[in-house]
Design a protein around this ligand. Sequence first.
Ligand code: SF4
Length: 177
Amino acid sequence: MSSEPGFLTTRLDEAIGWARKFSIFQYPFVTACCGMEYMATACSHYDVDRFGAGLPRFSPRQADVLFVVGTISHKMAPVLKRIYDQMAEPKWVVSFGVCTCTGGFYDNYATVMGIDTIMPVDVYIPGCPPRPEYVLDGLLKLQAKIQAQHSSGERPVPEQRPVLSERQRVEGPEVVA
Ligand code: SF4
């Protein structure tokens, strides 16, 4: 008997993936200055509603994408982890801004050096802060991942954190090193 998925199963996976990627309910965990750029992306000029991601939810039980925006301190880390744990599967994590991705220019005992040390990250959006166009690019990458995920809820392989030069860390990854 063939182990290949059947026609109906693959069509169902595609339909579920399509519905999921255009009905993103994000939980914004905003701690610092990147929040301004996050809000700019949600406003009418960039309009994340076009991608079906315009409705934030402030309860982890109603959200499926955790947007971690801004510097995370070790004191805040257990709170963030609890919110992640309370979200139901399938769930995804977006790391927004270089402070969240790697700790950024902070090099001290108080700052978490990248949230991938406490939870899996699906999409990294580095930059200080990332421009709204870059945020939209990250959102499209997340949608592609959601579409490719099986309806069984099997988790995609987490992203590797970006390796950036010092200048790229501050001015954004599009800067040539
Ligand atoms: S990446 Fe830059 S803009 Fe974003 S929280 Fe850190 S210091 Fe602020």
